[in-house]
Design a protein around this ligand. Structure first.
Ligand SMILES: NC(=O)c1ccc[n+]([C@@H]2O[C@H](COP(=O)([O-])OP(=O)(O)OC[C@H]3O[C@@H](n4cnc5c(N)ncnc54)[C@H](OP(=O)(O)O)[C@@H]3O)[C@@H](O)[C@H]2O)c1
Length: 332
């Protein structure tokens, strides 16, 4: 089969002939129809994620996909041959940018009937990251005021809708290019980040989901209530990231404690909790997202789809940082 192989950090992924995988016990063999692109894919390619996920190179790259279950290994009960499925694959094993992939059945969900493969491939990573940040870290509830920086991108377009579904009032940042989109997804208030700094936004929020980092993250600490949480997907990982998200040992915990010192200090000064979430793959959470899509409560915003052999162009587009929603490649 053909797959995009990352053979060395800093080098482009190459389309190569690689062995077709075989479903082991508890695994599903998926004929891939589409794969979503994410910033983690090019950061991994560039070696920027080495501290968090040290991949066993060479590896078939790609973090999320949709397709049809072609075979199941022994003991599989959640998925049947012929099911249309989507998944955020294991972060160490990867393999979505290929014609076939094997995935642990516990990471897989049946894709919503109302979606085509390209749309379904855009759900897993961004959707799960948004859900887990809002539900597990911010514990968003009816009536909360939630601030989401970077609402127009892959994660933000899910986060706005999920926060609204949880009953929150949502403020988000976007440029004029993304304003109409974020409003259409339910944002109650839009801050034009090209004109106003986050630090100058009137405060009192019950929680912040930061998808931008840098100056925005620093500004976030001043706009939430004391005792509230700023969860970032972009800033510096901290000790809980190592322990809870990565199951790592003492060495990484200490390293993350050191590199997050500045953000934790800023948070402390405002009486706020700082948390860097590294999302986790979960078939159960993905089923919840699929149900919301099926019920018409969650839309998938696709910016552009590319052909499989145009993945370099797809990455060039994603890496501009201007995508509105998700970027996906179709696998022939
Ligand atoms: N920790 C985790 O588990 C995890 C999981 C998923 C994603 N992430 C991270 O989360 C971040 C967001 O991911 P994504 O997939 O949503 O990225 P993305 O799709 O590439 O985001 C692009 C969008 O961001 C907007 N944007 C750019 N600069 C902005 C700013 N200063 N303020 C507000 N909006 C801005 C752009 O709008 P304009 O073009 O209109 O400016 C564009 O629509 C990335 O850094 C990614 O690595 C982390």
């Amino acid at each position: 089969m053909r797959g995009y192989v990352l053979s060395r950090y800093g080098k482009a992924m190459e389309l190569r002939e690689v062995p077709k995988p075989v479903a082991g016990p508890g695994e599903v063999l998926i004929r891939v129809h589409a794969a979503g692109l994410n910033t983690i894919d090019y950061r991994s390619r560039d070696g920027a994620m080495r501290m968090i996920t040290r991949l066993d190179l060479p590896i078939v790259a790609g973090s999320e996909l949709s397709g049809v279950a072609e075979a199941v290994g022994t003991g599989v009960t959640r998925v049947a041959v012929g099911d249309r499925v989507c998944t955020r694959v294991d972060k160490m094993k990867l393999g979505a940018f290929a014609e076939y992939a094997t995935v642990d059945e516990n990471l897989v969900a049946r894709m919503p009937d109302r979606l085509d493969f390209a749309q379904a491939a855009g759900v897993p990573l961004a959707g799960l990251a948004a859900l887990q940040a809002l539900r597990d870290e911010l514990a968003v509830k009816q009536g909360d005021r939630v601030f989401i920086s970077g609402g127009a991108g892959g994660v933000g377009t899910f986060a706005i809708q999920l926060a609204k579904w949880m009953g929150a009032e949502v403020t988000t940042t976007a440029s004029p290019r993304g304003e109409e989109l974020v409003k259409s997804l339910g944002a109650d208030r839009v801050i034009d980040y090209t004109k106003q700094k986050v630090a100058d936004v009137p405060g009192g929020y019950d929680g912040v989901l930061d998808l931008v980092g840098g100056e925005d993250l620093a500004g976030n600490f001043g706009i939430v209530k004391r005792g509230a949480t700023v969860v970032t997907l972009v800033g510096m990982p901290e000790p809980t990231t190592a322990r809870k998200d990565l199951g790592a040992g003492r060495a990484l915990t200490v390293l993350f404690w050191l590199i997050s010192a500045k953000s934790r200090r800023q948070a402390r000064r405002h009486g706020v909790r700082y948390r860097f979430l590294f999302m986790h793959a979960s078939g159960t959470d993905l089923e919840l997202l699929a149900k919301l899509v099926e019920d018409g409560l969650l839309k998938v915003v696709l910016d552009r789809t590319f052909e499989f052999d145009q993945i370099a162009d797809a990455f060039a587009y994603l890496e501009t940082g201007r995508a509105k929603g998700k970027v996906v490649v179709k696998v022939p």
